[in-house]
Design a protein around this ligand. Structure first.
Ligand SMILES: Nc1nc2c(ncn2[C@@H]2O[C@H](COP(=O)(O)OP(=O)(O)OP(=O)(O)O)[C@@H](O)[C@H]2O)c(=O)[nH]1
Ligand SMILES: [Mg+2]
Length: 216
């Protein structure tokens, strides 16, 4: 039993050591890195597309999926430099996989790197992958109780984006209950409501990213 705990500790230690190296390299190259977290289908890719449209910075993307390169193909077609990681089963990205993927993005300098993590509200929150900030995306279609049920993702997030707000007239999403749950986990995160479908709310998102990116 003791040995099992040691192994888990070693995995986290090794991951954190490599995450620190990734973070140092990105910082030296003036690349602000955002770990994009959220359940499957909440709109992680759609949100990144909207941010890229509005941004004054150069966006780069590492796409994490268990299988397929659908999102990578979509983003590359839009002119956003994107590389794919397929985990073939693993439920989160880790720092060594990011260190390896970075070799696939040529001339990564002066911009913002988005890493779309595996669609999952649990494990990705446990692993640092070299990011400067965690952006958690939740959707009105998920229900307003998610901060209560998946506290770690909310606790770790720096920016929380509530997406699919265009659908609220058709849903019973309780924003006050949602926000109360967020504040129970995290009093420092910025919360922004958006619709990636309509483009509403993205001025604030881009402003947040630009304000934080210039601090590295
Ligand atoms: N109505 C509405 N639909 C949206 C919005 N954002 C995304 N969608 C739709 O939701 C679906 C999933 O969006 P994606 O951006 O692929 O979500 P994702 O989180 O990247 O999904 P995975 O990569 O599969 O985990 C697509 O059909 C989008 O068109 C929104 O703001 N409003
Ligand atoms: Mg996606």
């Amino acid at each position: 039993m003791t040995k099992e705990i040691e192994v888990v500790e070693n995995i986290f230690e090794e991951n954190d050591r490599i995450a620190a190296q990734v973070n140092k390299t990105l910082t030296e190259n003036k690349v602000f890195c955002i770990n994009v977290l959220g359940a499957p289908g909440v709109g992680k890719t759609s949100v990144m597309k909207r941010i890229a449209e509005k941004a004054n910075f150069t966006p780069f993307v590492i796409e994490g999926d268990i299988e397929s390169d659908i999102d990578t193909e979509t983003l590359n077609k839009l002119g956003i430099k994107t590389v794919q990681i397929n985990t073939h089963g693993a439920c989160h990205l880790d720092a060594p996989s990011i260190q390896n993927a970075l070799t696939g993005i040529s001339h990564i300098k002066n911009g913002v790197l988005f890493i779309e993590n595996i669609g999952n509200l649990v494990c990705p929150a446990e692993f640092n992958i070299g990011e400067h900030a965690k952006m958690l995306i939740v959707s009105t279609t998920d229900g307003s109780d998610k901060p209560y049920k998946y506290p770690l993702a909310f606790e770790k997030a720096n920016l929380i984006i509530l997406n699919k707000c265009d659908l609220t007239p058709y849903l019973d999403f309780d924003y006050d209950f949602f926000l109360k749950g967020v504040l129970m986990q995290n009093k420092n995160a910025t919360v922004i409501s958006v619709s990636a479908k309509d483009g509403d709310g993205f001025d604030k998102v881009v402003e947040w990213i630009e304000n934080n990116a210039c601090r590295i």
